[in-house]
Design a protein around this ligand. Structure first.
Ligand code: 2AM
Ligand code: CA
Length: 266
């Protein structure tokens, strides 16, 4: 039996490191690409998580965002943790107080559990496959809302600039059809919020598995859908586009994105 309670506790503790960060004196490294940063806290939180999660499930491998010396990445193992130590690093650096710790667990290449914690508002989104989704201890049950009935969330990481026109023209149409649009800066929170009914859609051209792995289980357990923008299965081994939403909104947006020029080359 996997001790999911212990995993949740460890994700929550990681949130305390984020809350206690001394942002004024934090060292920041620029990674490859535009607007891609790593602070000393991204590394510190990932190290903490890998150390603690290894105690809970010693045989697991880790697919984490940062380079840490305690990371063993071996996707052929039975269990793999997908770790984004701070999802919303740019928000974190600029004091937006809106970022999350995202930890997903896959077994034999299928996501089986997810934890997305926003320490600033003490919200823990969580799900274990076939056991439902929760925010803190409240069960999440979504209504199957259409685009016209909700808020659209989108991500626009700077490294997608060559293809950004398609995203923005899709988002423009969604803006005109929906109640409003948001770009929150943490994909894990934006996707988890669909499960809560706060967003009806999240769309982004390219994300890494650790950005969406945990949130994918939360959303699916609440009755939502997550695929690539073209409808294909999300990848747990390489980056892919993401379209997450209620069933109704997901279908509507797939059509609109196609009309706006989205195709399998994206
Ligand atoms: P991050 O803060 O962990 O990098 C914002 O639109 C979303 O895109 C966030 O979830 C952010 O995660 C992600 N993102 C931005 N740049 C990224 C990159 N170079 N690689 C992976 N994810 C990225
Ligand atoms: Ca991320």
């Amino acid at each position: 039996m996997i001790n999911f309670k212990a995993i949740e506790k460890c994700v929550k503790e990681a949130g305390q490191i984020v809350l206690a960060a001394d942002l004024e004196n934090a060292s920041v490294e620029k990674k490859t690409g535009d607007a891609n940063f790593c602070t000393e806290y991204d590394v510190k939180v990932q190290k903490f998580l890998i150390d603690e999660l290894s105690k809970i499930l010693p045989e697991a491998s880790f697919f984490g965002e940062e380079e840490t010396n305690n990371n063993i990445k071996d996707l052929s193992r039975e269990y793999t943790f997908y770790i984004d130590p701070i999802d919303g690093t740019t928000n974190f650096m600029f004091g937006y107080n809106h970022s999350s710790i995202s930890v997903g667990l896959a077994r034999n290449g299928k996501m089986m559990a997810g934890f997305v914690y926003n320490p600033y508002v003490d919200e823990m989104y969580k799900a274990v496959r076939n056991e439902g989704a929760f925010v803190n201890d409240k069960p999440l049950k979504m209504e199957n809302k259409a685009v016209s009935e909700g808020i659209i969330a989108f991500g626009c990481a700077r490294y997608n600039e060559s293809k950004i026109d398609v995203l923005f023209s899709t988002v423009k149409e969604l803006f005109l059809k929906s109640l409003s649009i948001r770009s929150g800066g943490s994909a894990a929170i934006d996707i988890s919020r669909i499960a809560k009914g706060a967003n009806v859609i999240y769309i982004e051209l390219k994300l890494q598995p650790y950005d969406y792995a945990a949130a994918s289980v939360i959303l699916e357990e609440a009755g939502g859908v997550i695929t690539r923008i073209g409808g294909g299965e999300i990848s747990l081994t390489e980056p892919c586009s993401i379209l997450a939403g209620t069933k109704k909104a997901h279908e509507e947006v797939m059509k609109i994105a196609k009309e706006k020029g989205y195709n399998s080359e994206f």
